[in-house]
Design a protein around this ligand. Sequence first.
Ligand code: GUN
Length: 304
Amino acid sequence: MPKILEGAAISAAIKQEVAEEVRALAQRGVRPGLAAVLVGNVAASEIYVRSKVATCAELGLYSDLITPPEDVTTEAMLGLVAGLNHRDEIDGILIQLPLPKQVDTKALLDAVDPVKDVDGFHPVNAGRLQANRPALAPCTPAGIIEILRRSGIAIAGRHAVVVGRSDIVGKPAAMLLLHENATVTICHSKTRDLGAITRQADILVAAIGHAGFITPEMVRPGATLIDVGINRLSTREEFDRFFKGDAKRESAFQKRGSTIVGDIDPRAFALAGAYTPVPGGVGPLTIAMLMANTVRAAKMRRGL
Ligand code: GUN
């Protein structure tokens, strides 16, 4: 039987450690603070950001939720970020992506003070990560490493294949795995004979954003499967493609009118040595690592 890598339990352990650090910092008069910027009304972004802010409260961090309107300009956003860079009670700045198309996302991410860049999206932090210097690393890739480490899955010397090359997940995940001494291959939409490469993976990270893209034939039996995808299935046809005959999923689908599948076809999980389920695998780690990064940023900025 494959081992299920329960993200919720690992996330809870990390959050407990963060809460302890927050209590220790409080003794020294320091309260880490996060500014979360949520533009417009993208439903998924609202859910994520509200959950981030609620977790701050749960762990004792200060938080400030800022909600510019959908038609905000790049200039107004740059002004907002400049203000947050200067506010002493703010240790971390999170700008929820995606932003409306009139906003220059890169200009904005570049404007965040790298010391407060708890998403790890600033080129300075990307460079520091690449150079293996202390850096604020993007939360989802950092969460993947925590899952592997805390589940006792060896990384050193193993072949990690990352499918997806985004700046948010694929590229930083590859760097972190490399620094853990994995042999790393990065694949993407132009990769030829993808299956021949993914079948070599001891650790397969799927971060493509395409429902069930990794099929059972593409997986080496016994591999560790890390599924970063969150894809909503809302038609009967889509549901049946992955979950036909799955009674538990069926009842959830009936109740909500949709369900979530990752980037790995769930039928591949049966072949795995270990895998992260969707939902409940990598997802819960992202917020836990954001909290950990905010506390780290608070300490770094004060030289603690
Ligand atoms: N949108 C999707 N994932 C993320 C993330 O990790 N951080 C931010 N800021 N926006 C996102």
